[in-house]
Design a protein around this ligand. Sequence first.
Ligand code: HEM
Length: 389
Amino acid sequence: MPALTYEPLDPATVNDPYPALAALREQSPVHWHDGMSSWLVTRYADCVAVLRDHTVFARDRRRTGTTVPAASLSVQSLDPPDQAGVRSLFMNALRAQDLPALEARARTRAAALLAEVDRRPTFDVMAEFAAPLSLSVVCDLLGVAEPLLAEFASASDAIMRSMDGGLEGARIEPGRRAREELTALVTSWFAETGRPSGLLTHVRTHTPPGAGEAEELFVRNTARVMFQGGYSTMTAALGNALHTLAARPEAQERLRREPQVVPGAAEELVRFDGPVQGTSRTATRDTTVGGIPIPAADTVVLLFAAANRDPAQFPAPHQLLLDRRHNRHLGYGWGTHSCIGTRAAQACLRAALDALRTHPTPLRPTGPARRQPSATMRTFACLPVTLRP
Ligand code: HEM
């Protein structure tokens, strides 16, 4: 049985976190981690119980006396009731979009990206497929012009890396500067009034007329999260999915033979090796999780990656089952902070799978792949593959 240690930035864990997470879930499912000064929660049922109870478990750290910079106040960092207005504004804006049309455009874009690289002995999934596809889908959804990928990607990476600021303090300041940079870009989008369609136009035209400065700040910051968070999570999800499939020719073959499994496969790939490893909440009073006492003001880290492989919830959890039934995984979170972009993300994943399964040749790894040294976002820095026969 593997030792009971979980060092998320350790190269072996970055490469394959699942044995360490399984050991935690089996031996100490609610586990105090000194380095992270947090309780690690690894069972599916315990993660859901915490996410369900937002009165006791706060996302908004101001509720436990921590100062949160104004630039970080968004749908992601507020709790109900403060969160309700901005969350429903963006959810309604998403519902108003024509997602089947977005999916069709994503499929065309995905096929074109594959056609550009399919003669090469090797290409990088991340730089040449996942990142450009994600950027175009997210910009299409928001209804904004695509910024240059090379310029935007470094700011996005700095924000993604700053999510591990609790483990490595040096990541915080570059993340703060990158947030400022992207807030300026998003503010310029809000100043443009001419765009006829897209999610941001819906948000701009449906923001209540009497909204004060604070609400307008939440809206702009949330638009930034949709843009940058949507792009980086989507890129990571596509990379992880294609990595899983490249290693499994039989799964690719099944997608070719049975197109009806594509929607379920898009879900299962997120459960199997999703990009968001977990989230955190802070106890607003003394409480318990899984029978373990949690004192007020302590942080709990809910490890979705562990919960998504919990055998109590998922039969054969370490197997990729493209037609898995009752797949209520936590890859998109749960409850009041669950992913707002889920339907768009699934559309993009299906589009990528469709482009892949209709391509004449299958995807094969050419290696070596390299993971990003990141604890919160599971993603690749470089993922070399080929489509050559
Ligand atoms: C496959 C791709 C994606 C995955 C796996 C994913 C996953 C997640 C997860 C797990 C959360 C909850 C985090 C928490 O509880 O702390 C989340 C939140 C969020 N996601 Fe996604 N996401 C994806 C793509 C997107 C896209 C494309 C967008 C927007 C275009 C988006 C927008 C958001 C927003 C705004 C939130 C914050 C919601 C809130 O806190 O109320 N996501 N996502």
